[in-house]
Design a protein around this ligand. Structure first.
Ligand SMILES: Cc1cc2nc3c(=O)[nH]c(=O)nc-3n(C[C@H](O)[C@H](O)[C@H](O)COP(=O)(O)OP(=O)(O)OC[C@H]3O[C@@H](n4cnc5c(N)ncnc54)[C@H](O)[C@@H]3O)c2cc1C
Length: 461
């Protein structure tokens, strides 16, 4: 049997339908640029749905909401379906993955964006008038010609296949933050949890971070805990049903998520660790005595893998120095949060004092390639800086920036890197203003730094 070949053409090809891909797709749709979004799973949401992570972390600094308009609109969509609550202590929005899938997809239907599911990217080549990307799916190869590509695969697959210079994990040894299998338990009893003296958000939802160290130490001593971590990173009730609780507490070290053999091992180890999570919660956490395993995955959670080498690179120094360069397209307030690649704890630098830094557009543009941009987790950054900007509201905003840039380039007949960060920000600020949010330019000083200072902080290529 020979595989059929489907040929398609568009202006902007978005590869990956996670927070970044969705942000890009909503932005190109808003700006009226024809686009195709390709996703290897049968639904949108990326780690937020495929890995079951329904906690979208901090995008506020001193009460100022830094999120871009697509994320704000996304929160409103969940609220309308009673699929959202906010916890000020955790500084996080909590959603229901099924509602996320539904709202993301609905927002893109009847727009200039065509959705294609179940296709895995296999090659990217330079064609006569732009890029040609090939995808493998059941029964067919799909070949798509596009002027612009937005790589929102998390792993930088499109940029890597196009020949971009890439990095993987941390500079000294290429090791990455560990993967984690996210676990969902049913049968939690919030009333029992509350009676034991614990907090319920809005009188309904349990949320806890960095917890259960003593219980884990006891379980480890009795041989019932072999997971290489000393606490549970986070657990939270689902907004649609507080008796269902999502737990981010497994840890799989030393495996490469861009290698299918190692990813298979990670999935299997993640499900083994899920049984230990269930047993720990049943035996040690009030309200979970009668809980049961509802779901793992559907896929292992990947925190870190490949990133592009961009025209600028976001560094740890730039994050710490709280620099907001003139070409910033997104602001981020989340601290550096790096789970040790070898499983020895987590570097978490709590910042509740209005820590804000900017992410320049040049971090999304691979050196030496034209008309292809990265969005989300695979932009150009060091391991430590990536530990900060990787949260989903920021990744969605980076997607929105790339989609806005592609639409501007399409309209003006320009190349992607001819569009400036301030042009993109001004369009994104207009979209924020249209939904009643203050313009970021009015709230934060976007600096014009000397080239030397910028080069030192952003390792400009
Ligand atoms: C265990 C864990 C806990 C986390 N906790 C939080 C948290 O509490 N709050 C928070 O905000 N963030 C959290 N994060 C970080 C956050 O989930 C990610 O950084 C974020 O989802 C990255 O968004 P993205 O769109 O860049 O990539 P992804 O979410 O990874 O989406 C990439 C998409 O591209 C698709 N894709 C990949 N390769 C291909 C291909 N070759 N062809 C076609 N499609 C492809 C994937 O299927 C996926 O849908 C966590 C991450 C992990 C792993």
């Amino acid at each position: 049997m020979k595989l059929a070949c489907h040929e398609m053409e568009t202006s902007c090809l978005i590869i990956g339908g996670g927070p970044a891909g969705y942000g890009a797709a909503r932005a190109v749709a808003r700006e009226g640029c024809p686009a195709i979004l390709v996703e290897r799973h049968g639904f949108l949401g990326g780690m937020g749905t495929a890995a079951g992570l329904s906690c979208y972390l901090n995008h506020r600094a001193n009460q100022v909401d830094l999120s871009a308009s697509v994320y704000r609109e996304f929160v409103q969509m969940q609220e309308k379906l009673n699929g959202h609550y906010y916890d000020a202590l955790a500084q996080a929005d909590f959603f229901d993955p099924e509602i996320v899938k539904h709202t993301m997809e609905s927002a893109l239907l009847n727009s200039p964006v065509t959705l294609l599911y179940h296709l895995l990217l296999s090659s990217v080549t330079q064609g006569k008038d732009g890029w040609v990307a090939s995808f493998v799916g059941k029964g067919a190869i799909t070949r798509i010609r596009a002027r612009f590509i937005i790589d929102a695969t998390g792993d930088g697959d499109a940029c890597a296949l196009a020949g971009a210079e890439m990095t993987h994990g941390r500079r000294m040894d290429g090791k990455t933050q560990p993967m984690s299998m996210v676990v969902q338990l049913g049968g939690f009893r919030p009333a029992v949890w509350k009676a034991a003296g614990h907090r319920l958000v809005g009188g309904r939802y349990a949320t806890e971070g960095d917890s259960l160290s003593a219980e884990i130490a006891r379980a480890r001593a009795s041989g019932k805990w072999t997971v290489p971590r000393e606490n549970i990173a986070m657990f939270w009730s689902l907004p649609t049903d507080p008796t269902r609780v999502v737990i981010n507490g497994t840890r799989i070290t030393g495996l490469n998520s861009c290698n299918p053999v190692e990813t298979s091992q990670a999935e299997i180890e993640g499900r083994r660790q899920a049984r230990e999570i269930l047993s720990l919660f049943q035996s040690s956490v009030p309200g979970f005595e009668k809980s049961f395993l509802l779901q793992t995955g559907p896929q292992i959670g990947v925190r870190e893998s490949r990133r592009i080498t961009g025209r600028a690179t976001l560094t740890e120094s730039a994050v710490r120095a709280r620099v907001i360069p003139e070409s910033s397209v997104m602001l981020c307030a989340y601290p550096i949060d790096v789970h040790d690649p070898d499983g020895h704890g987590t570097q978490f630098e709590s910042t509740r004092d209005g820590h804000v830094y900017g992410i320049p557009w040049e971090c999304q543009l691979p050196v030496a390639l034209e008309n292809i941009a990265a969005a989300g987790r695979c932009i150009s950054a060091t391991h430590e800086a990536a530990g900060s900007f990787r949260v989903m509201p920021t990744c969605m905003g980076l997607g929105e920036a790339a989609g806005t840039a592609a639409a501007l380039a399409y309209r003006k007949g320009k190349r992607l890197h001819d569009i400036t960060g301030s042009e993109i920000r001004s369009r994104m600020d207009a979209a924020r203003a249209a939904i009643g949010a203050p313009k970021l330019e009015r709230l934060f000083p976007f600096e014009k730094r000397s080239e030397a200072v910028s080069a030192a902080l952003f390792s400009v290529s």
